[in-house]
Design a binder for this molecule. Structure first.
Ligand SMILES: [Fe+2]
Length: 322
C-alpha cells in the first residue's frame, strides 16, 4: 500500500463560492461586463496547446477571477503509460494561470494510444485501486500539487467489481491524499442507472476531502438517465446538492453547461438557485463524523456553531463573494 501524507490545497480552497464553467460563447459578454461571478473553471485541454487569442483571453480572465483547471484527458485509469507530454503541458499552464487546483475524472479515455474522447468507467477492483492509486501518486509528484478527482457519470458496471464507487474514492483519498470533485448530477445519474441510492453514495464519501461540487442538467429517458449538460439542474439533483454542500462544509460549487448553452445571464441565474439550497443546508446540517482525518484541510466550522446559525445569510453571502 502506498500511503502518502495529505497535500495541502491552497488555503482558501473552501471559500471560492459559486462559479461557472468558462465557455467560448460567453467570452464576449464576460469581456464587456466582467460579471459578478465568484470563479471560473476552464477545460484544461482547451488552452493547454493553444497560444495567441485563447491564451490572451485566459490571462485576462485569470487576472480578475480565481480559476480552476478541469481536465478530460488524463486517463488516470488506463492501462497505457501516463502521458508525460500531456502532464508537462498541464503543469506549464498551471504555472501560468495559477489555478486553485487541477481536477480530472476517475475513468479511462482510451488504450494503446487511442483516445475515445469519452470518460469510460473503471472496473472497481483491488487491482484497479492499486493501479489508480499508484498513478495518482505519480501525477501528484509530477504536478507538485494534489489531484482533485471527479466521480464520472456511468451507464454500466462490471461483473468483476468488488467495490462500490464511493468507498473506492474514499480509499484513493486515504492512499494518495488526493481530493474529490463531487459531481452531484453524476452521482444521481450513475446511482439511478445502477439502481443505487445516491444519498447512501454521498454518505460513504470522505466529506472533508471534497474540494469542489459540480452541478449540471441531465436527460431522463425513463429507464435510464443520460448526463447531457444541456439544460437546467433537475430538482432531485438540487436536493442532493443541498446535502452534499452541507456535508462538505461549503465546498466550492460550479455549474457545468456544455450544450444548448443559454446566455451568460441565464447560466448565472441557474447557478444562483444554489443560494436557496445553501441557506437551507446551513440550517439542517448534521455534523456527522467524516471518514478522513486531515489536519491540512481547513473546515469553516463557524456556520455549524449554534450562535452563528442566525448569520446564515451573511455566511452564504461571504461564500459567494469572499
Ligand atoms: Fe462534472
Amino acid at each position: 500500500m502506498n500511503l502518502n501524507p495529505p497535500r495541502p490545497l491552497q488555503a482558501d480552497w473552501l471559500k471560492l463560492g459559486l462559479g461557472l464553467g468558462l465557455r467560448h460563447v460567453h467570452i464576449d459578454y464576460i469581456f464587456r461586463h466582467w460579471p459578478k461571478v465568484d470563479w471560473f473553471e476552464i477545460i484544461s485541454e482547451n488552452f493547454m496547446f493553444s497560444a495567441g487569442r485563447p491564451r490572451h483571453v485566459l490571462r485576462q480572465v485569470a487576472e480578475r477571477y480565481p480559476l480552476v483547471m478541469h481536465g478530460v484527458s488524463l486517463s488516470i485509469g488506463s492501462a497505457d503509460p501516463l502521458d508525460f507530454t500531456y502532464l508537462q503541458s498541464l503543469k506549464a499552464l498551471a504555472a501560468e494561470i495559477q489555478p486553485q487546483w487541477i481536477s480530472d475524472h476517475l475513468c479511462w479515455t482510451g488504450v494503446l494510444g487511442n483516445n475515445t474522447h469519452d470518460l469510460l468507467p473503471m472496473p472497481l477492483t483491488d487491482e484497479a485501486l492499486q493501479h489508480v492509486a499508484r498513478r495518482i501518486n505519480t501525477v501528484q509528484d509530477f504536478l507538485e500539487r494534489p489531484l482533485v478527482l471527479e466521480n464520472p457519470s456511468t451507464y454500466l458496471s462490471y461483473a468483476q467489481s468488488t467495490w462500490q464507487e464511493a468507498p473506492f474514492l474514499a480509499e484513493l483519498v486515504q492512499r494518495t491524499g488526493c481530493r474529490l470533485l463531487l459531481d452531484v448530477n453524476n452521482c444521481y445519474v450513475s446511482c439511478f442507472n445502477a439502481g443505487l441510492d445516491p444519498v447512501q453514495y454521498l454518505q460513504a464519501l470522505p466529506h472533508n476531502a471534497i474540494a469542489q461540487i459540480h452541478l449540471a442538467g441531465h436527460q431522463h429517458c425513463g429507464t435510464h438517465i443520460i448526463d447531457t449538460h444541456d439544460r437546467a439542474v433537475a430538482p432531485p439533483v438540487w436536493q442532493l446538492f443541498q446535502q452534499a454542500w452541507a456535508l462538505s462544509a461549503g465546498a466550492a460549487t460550479l455549474l457545468e453547461w456544455d450544450a444548448n448553452i443559454p446566455p451568460f445571464e441565464d447560466c448565472l441565474a441557474e447557478l444562483h438557485k444554489a443560494r436557496d439550497y445553501m441557506q437551507a443546508a446551513a440550517f439542517t446540517f448534521d455534523p456527522a463524523p467524516t471518514a478522513v482525518e486531515d489536519e491540512a484541510v481547513s473546515t469553516p466550522l463557524d456556520f455549524l456553531v449554534a450562535p452563528m446559525m442566525v448569520e446564515t445569510a451573511s455566511q452564504v453571502s461571504t461564500l459567494e463573494h469572499g
